[in-house]
Design a protein around this ligand. Structure first.
Ligand code: PMT
Length: 409
């Protein structure tokens, strides 16, 4: 899997830098072409010569040490990388990445690269748990940076806790899995090409009068991520967007709707020529029974709004299902597994994605999500906290595989 893969290995200045030698050696043994960039501080813990000997490539530290006049080294390394791996990643480097600083060879290359970035943090337990570092790591994850969480145990500083660089063998396995998943995405692209995917996103707006309405916290991020992922996988995508708080994706055919009834009509219009329907939208379960034509006046001390049920779009699709692959979402605050299983069966979904919206970084408005994917038999996958883009890719990979009768592992 690693044969011929170009990995730029960034080593930053913590005691765990010594483990980078074993990591570099292991990656090279698996066939990777490893190019090392060290920060100045890293070179205080481990020598350039060690990494040069193990990688069989020149090691880069100083941005201005340009040895080949034909290239600008940090841009050249940024462009050649199939993967940028930072191990160990110190608190300082993580924070610089978050801010987009470029004051040395590694940070400059990180800004210039479009390759996937994976980081393996290592630091003192209190530094790791510092709110600034936690926030910075969450920001990086939401931008798509892949995180290899540190292990727990005795730290070099004498503390016991979380902050130890993950073992080189584990990091190599994660890198291996990353390239395997990338290859699988390519295969999925093949399976998804030409498929018609309809996605709903955002919340609905249920009018009370011309100036007031009932809605919810959905930003549309999850649904838009699904639409973008399907589009990137080569599908023919139609997005049905309710109220959203983010820009709509360019290049994707989008229909705007307001109410649950509007969304129902738009979805039904797409249904007969849809292969995969993903109902990510947070649709109102109830709407005001009477919509006032003019602004309601403030008269009485109390006001009782009478609400009536909206049509359950997902449930009615489940009843009409023919060859379509139907995916629902469920926003839950408790008894997640039980409610998710109830919905997958009642609404006749092929898959149901449950998110516990009480978890930090999951659910409404966030760039990340933490979901469990169910089918009628039970749990299919329990995904870790990841960007909504990555959740979308994984979900669609499972759907495309099942639709084509191949394994999604
Ligand atoms: O938009 P974001 O800010 O990124 O947030 C994403 C999200 C939290 C909205 C999303 O991940 C999510 O969970 N969407 C489903 C929210 C929801 O309405 O859950 P529910 O359990 O109430 O509904 C279950 C399913 O039935 C959903 O697929 C929903 O679209 C569908 N439904 C619900 C009511 C209704 N009248 N018609 C429906 O089709």
């Amino acid at each position: 899997m690693l044969r011929g893969k170009k990995i730029v290995l960034g080593i930053t200045g913590g005691i765990a830098a010594y483990k980078a030698a074993a990591l570099c050696s292991g990656l090279v043994k698996q066939g990777a072409d490893v190019h090392v960039i060290m920060t100045d501080s890293a070179s205080k813990f481990i020598t350039e010569l060690t990494l040069q000997t193990l990688s069989r490539n020149p090691v880069h530290i100083d941005t201005f040490d340009e040895r080949n006049p034909e290239v600008v080294t940090h841009i050249h390394l940024a462009d050649l990388a199939d993967l940028v791996l930072i191990a160990p990643a110190t608190a300082n480097t993580i924070s610089k990445m978050t801010l987009g600083l470029a004051d040395d060879m590694l940070s400059s290359m990180l800004l210039a690269t479009t390759a996937p970035i994976m980081i393996a943090p290592a630091m003192n337990v209190h530094m790791y748990q510092h709110p600034a570092i936690m926030q910075n790591m969450n920001t990086l994850v939401s931008r798509g940076v892949l995180m290899i969480e540190p292990g727990e145990g005795m730290l070099a500083c004498g503390y016991v806790g979380k902050g130890r660089l993950e073992e080189p063998e584990t990091i190599i396995r994660v890198v291996h899995d990353f390239f395997a998943a990338q290859q699988q995405r390519e295969e999925m692209r093949h399976l998804m090409a030409g498929r018609k995917v309809t996605v709903t996103a955002g919340g609905t707006i249920e009018r009370i009068d011309p100036v007031r309405y009932i809605t919810n916290d959905s930003s549309g991020k999850m649904g838009i991520a699904v639409a973008r992922a399907a589009y990137a996988m080569g599908a023919d995508v139609r997005l049905i967007a309710g109220s959203v708080q983010v820009p709509l994706p360019e290049g994707i055919d989008t229909v705007r709707v307001q109410s649950a009834q509007d969304m129902y009509e738009a979805v039904i219009g797409e249904w007969s020529h849809t292969d995969i329907m993903v109902q990510t939208a947070a649709v109102a379960d109830y709407r005001p029974k009477t919509v006032h034509a003019t602004k309601m006046k403030k008269n009485d001390e109390n006001l009782v709004l009478e609400l009536e049920k909206t049509t359950d779009i997902l449930e009615s699709l489940g009843q009409r299902k023919n060859n379509q692959f139907l995916i629902g979402f469920a926003a839950e605050t408790n008894n997640v597994a039980e409610y998710a299983m109830g919905k997958v069966i009642r609404k006749n979904c092929d898959l149901l994605v449950a998110n516990d919206v009480t978890i930090a970084g999951a659910g409404f408005g966030t760039d990340t999500n933490k979901v469990q994917i169910y089918d009628a038999q039970g749990l299919v996958e329990d995904l870790p906290l990841m960007s909504k883009d990555d959740v979308a890719f994984r979900l669609l990979s499972i759907a495309a595989s099942r639709l084509n009768g191949v394994s999604a592992s």
